[in-house]
Design a protein around this ligand. Structure first.
Ligand code: 4AD
Ligand code: MG
Length: 441
């Protein structure tokens, strides 16, 4: 009979029948006259055993790491006391080479070495991606994106796709990437928020998963020049509603990610101490955070005690989150350090209805706020920030034609992934990370 063509993931259900699998040689080992080949096909790893004539004919010239092969054989359960991925292995009876990778000096194992200079590893990103840690991270990433969408679907929030090429800023002029758009000045979007706001009267609550771009000048563990931004905008809600939506969104997303056994296994391996977040998150105002920082002797950027109006920079923020070691909803930031569109608190006009979600090890993973929905108030916001309101005529119209209280947030996919998979830097969490000085491959 013609052998059944399968993917490795289906191996468990196709034991004891002859199958054919195509993939890449992930590992290769010769032992006691047998060749142990771990095959990788993207869906998983399978140990394949070559014996007898197949093993005798084996040489490093005919089979090398990362060669592409078609393998025929039967998958058996493992005998007691042996271990291999999936608890089974394939007895190979025939194989063909589809693409032979070089051996010797040019072998992939000589090019990609974990000890290599990080910039060499970024040059070789296309090869590094094949490693087990990287493939694990990108499977978790896919599960995260799937789960975000599942939660939004359940909440009846509609997905839209706003443009990346824009002529307005959202989060300050200093991090804009500019380019010529048919002779006109344009930017790569920093956030799709303003576009989402205009969708509310048309479609109700909306979300998007879109690349955002920031010309960040500094090298940090958590800043990319391009990142995948998950943003939502919700109409007719209070600041308190927004906070509870955000904490629910995060806990449910993580719950769905971990429902998948394979994904839960990867997270367990990468981050053995991971504790799924529990409701409700700790709430802390900006001012009480300053008090906490001052009490714990953590200084501001100038090396002094924090005072109202200071930015809580990355280092201080992380010291606090690592110490408290739980998700935090940090609220009510001063008007001066936040964007032009943020609504002021009714009980204290010095501060805004704004929130950052902070996670241990990473710090800020979400930024959100209630929006100014009164046109005059918004005009004052532009003025304070020195922004010309003219290009924002479409955004202002939202305040003229049927305004409503609304708010939303943006979540950095690479940041939540770095938290979930315990990565030192968000660069591990982007397929081909873009940061200062790096735009290849
Ligand atoms: O706090 P940010 O700048 O907020 C906004 O852009 C709002 N307009 C979003 C909204 O309300 N719709 O960015 C939101 C999140 C941050 O919390 C962070 O997780 C991520 O985007 N982020 C970055 N991630 C990687 N690299 C960067 N350079 C990032 N800048 C922001
Ligand atoms: Mg922010």
């Amino acid at each position: 009979p013609v052998p059944k063509r399968i993917k490795i993931r289906a191996g468990t259900t196709t034991r004891e029948t002859r199958v054919v699998i195509q993939g890449w040689v992930h590992r290769l080992r010769l032992q006691k006259g047998l060749v142990f080949l771990v095959l990788r096909d993207g869906t998983g790893f399978l140990q394949c055993v070559l014996s007898g004539d197949l093993a005798n004919a084996y040489s490093t010239v005919t089979l090398t790491l990362e060669s592409t092969v078609t393998i025929y054989g039967v998958i058996h359960s493992l005998p007691e006391g042996k271990s291999a991925p999936g608890n089974h292995e394939m007895a190979v009876d025939y194989y063909e080479i589809v693409g032979l990778a070089p051996g010797g000096d040019d072998a992939i194992s000589n090019k990609v070495q974990e000890s290599a200079d990080p910039s060499i590893l970024f040059d070789l990103r296309h090869l590094v991606l094949r490693g087990e840690t990287m493939t694990g991270i990108f499977k978790v990433r896919a599960a995260l994106l799937r789960s975000f969408r599942r939660v939004y679907e359940e909440l009846g929030i509609l997905e839209v796709t706003p443009p990346c090429m824009v002529q307005t800023q959202v989060e300050g002029g200093s991090t804009l990437f500019t380019f010529k758009y048919y002779g006109e000045d344009a930017y790569l979007t920093q956030s799709s928020q303003l576009y989402l706001e205009t969708c509310l009267p048309a479609l109700g609550d909306v979300f998007c998963v879109q690349e955002s771009f920031r010309a960040e000048r500094s090298h940090t563990r958590r800043h990319l020049s391009e990142y995948t931004h998950v943003e939502a905008e919700l109409a007719f809600l209070t600041f308190e509603d927004l906070l509870s939506h955000i904490e629910n969104f995060i806990t449910r997303t993580i719950q769905y990610v971990l429902e998948d056994e394979e994904i839960a296994g990867i997270v367990e391996k990468l981050n053995p101490n991971f504790v799924p977040p529990k409701l409700p998150f700790r709430r802390m105002t900006y001012e009480s955070a300053l008090e906490w920082l001052n009490e714990h002797g953590i200084p501001n950027e100038e090396g002094e005690k924090f005072k109202f109006g200071d930015d809580i920079a990355e280092a201080a923020e992380r010291k606090m989150t690592d110490e408290l070691n739980e998700p935090i909803l940090l609220t009510r930031f001063p008007v001066e350090i936040k964007s032009f569109y943020m609504k002021k608190c009714a009980d204290d006009p010095r501060v805004t209805e704004s929130v950052d979600v902070l996670m241990p090890n990473v710090g800020e993973i979400v930024g959100g706020s209630m929006r100014i929905y009164d046109l005059e108030e918004l005009m004052k916001g532009y003025k304070r920030e020195g922004i010309d309101p003219e290009p924002y005529y479409w955004f202002n119209d939202q305040r003229i034609y049927g305004t409503c209280p609304h708010g939303g947030y943006g979540l950095g996919t690479e940041r939540i992934l770095a938290w979930l998979c315990d990565r030192f830097t968000v660069r591990d969490c982007s397929l081909y990370p873009r940061f200062t000085g790096r735009c290849k491959p």
